[in-house]
Design a protein around this ligand. Structure first.
Ligand code: PLP
Length: 397
């Protein structure tokens, strides 16, 4: 069975060019970049090139790029460094819809005595800027706000938020794991101090990430050890991963605009097709300020997990907007923060596309989903009741 992979915000396929670039570093080019001999030195040179490509994708300088093991490490390193370098400040500002890489860290730090403010979002998933501004205090050490939401794709105005933080002398970190490679980012044109990205979200393999640290930003290493990464992250480098990430960044920089125009068109085709064909369906989140590849769609009166299982039988991979907490399925914290109505929130599916998707695949999904939803609704007592109440009118919220 062919797989129709629409779960690219979970992870992406390694691009063939990226795989080709990294393979020699598992084989004949196994030198340690820290070695004095030229066998290692050649590897160090390739790492330098990868650093230049990563820097160039986000308009940074190579010495502002610190290779890590993943987005989660980058997020943790950024927030912890900000706290450690300003021990007198005890307040962290973040949002209600962050990825667990920031949200769970903030909860952990709150248990250790830090004060955490989670800024709310509106029904569209847009950050409440008034509440954000009001949350900044002389005691605030760091703001950590995501650039793009992994579930809805909604974009936060992080450049404006960073400007406000800078006016208060507060360090600003952004989790840009879902944004990098999908939207243009130019660190020369903003005042963001630190930015996280992750290789496996942009067609590099799992196990490699970047933390951008602006020149002059105080930085305390998370991994303390050798002198790698100019003393900012100890540990022998993940050479194949870094080479791969460099290649993925190079590819993304060259093709982003064209490819994302195509991906956006496919996403819009999928989204409008679903809204047209399936009654009682809505899209979660602002449809203008969001990533080109993501749509979060809710089908009223059905369970997201049941939808996923049935789609899986056709080889369609997506993910649901629910989280399993203490054995019961709860709508995700993102959908709850947006106040998505209960009957919709449970039936939420995230479709996230990539450059490898085709129009044929989208049409296949549009052919299968309406029947899947109809079958599930036939079994749903809530749908029977609601159907009677609606007497057959179809509404697309
Ligand atoms: N931040 C966001 C917004 C994400 O979507 C993810 C992964 O899904 C992460 C952080 C964590 O990245 P990684 O899987 O590389 O640790």
């Amino acid at each position: 069975m062919n797989v129709v992979y629409l779960d690219n915000n979970a992870t992406t396929r390694v691009a063939p060019e990226v795989l080709d670039a990294m393979l020699p570093y598992f084989g004949e080019r196994y030198g340690n970049p820290s070695s004095m001999h030229s066998f290692g030195g050649e590897v160090a040179r390739e790492i330098r090139k990868a650093r230049e490509h990563a820097a160039s994708l986000i308009g940074a300088e190579p010495d502002e790029i610190l290779f890590t093991s993943c987005g989660t490490e980058s997020d943790n390193a950024a927030v912890r460094s900000a706290l450690e370098s300003q021990p007198e400040k005890r307040h962290i500002v973040t949002s209600r819809v962050e990825h667990p890489a920031v949200r769970s860290l903030a909860a952990h730090l709150a248990r250790q005595g830090y004060r955490v403010t989670e800024v709310p979002v509106d029904a569209d998933g847009i950050l409440d800027m008034d509440r954000y501004e009001a949350s900044l205090t002389p005691d605030t050490a760091v703001v950590s706000l995501m650039w793009a939401n992994n579930e809805t794709g909604v974009l936060f105005p992080v450049e404006r938020a960073a400007e406000l933080a800078a006016q208060h002398g507060i360090l600003f970190h952004t989790d840009a794991v879902q944004a990098v490679g999908k939207i243009p980012i130019d660190m020369k044109r903003n005042r963001i101090d630190m930015l996280s990205l992750s290789g496996h979200k942009l067609h590099a393999p799992k196990g490699v990430g970047v933390l951008y640290v602006r020149r002059g930003t105080p930085f305390k290493p998370f991994l303390i050890g050798g002198h790698q990464e100019r003393g900012r992250r100890g540990g022998t480098e993940n050479v194949p991963g870094i080479i791969a990430l460099g290649k993925a960044c190079e590819l993304a920089a060259g093709k982003m605009e064209d490819e994302n125009t195509r991906v956006r068109a496919l996403r819009d085709r999928l989204e409008s097709g679903l809204l047209e064909r399936v009654p009682n369906t809505r899209v979660n989140g602002n449809r203008e300020f969001r990533l080109p590849n993501t749509t979060s769609v809710s089908f009223e009166f059905v369970e997201g997990e049941a939808i996923l299982l049935l789609l899986n039988e056709f080889g369609i991979c997506a993910s649901s907007g629910s989280a399993c907490t203490s054995g019961s399925l709860q709508p995700s914290h993102v959908l709850r923060a947006m106040g998505v109505p209960f009957t919709f929130a449970h039936g939420s599916i995230r479709f996230s596309l990539s450059v490898y998707n085709t129009e044929e695949e989208i049409d296949f999904v549009l052919e299968k989903v309406p029947a899947v939803i109809e079958n599930l609704r036939r079994l749903s007592p809530y749908w029977a009741e609601a159907g009677a109440a609606c007497s057959g009118t179809y509404t697309n919220a």
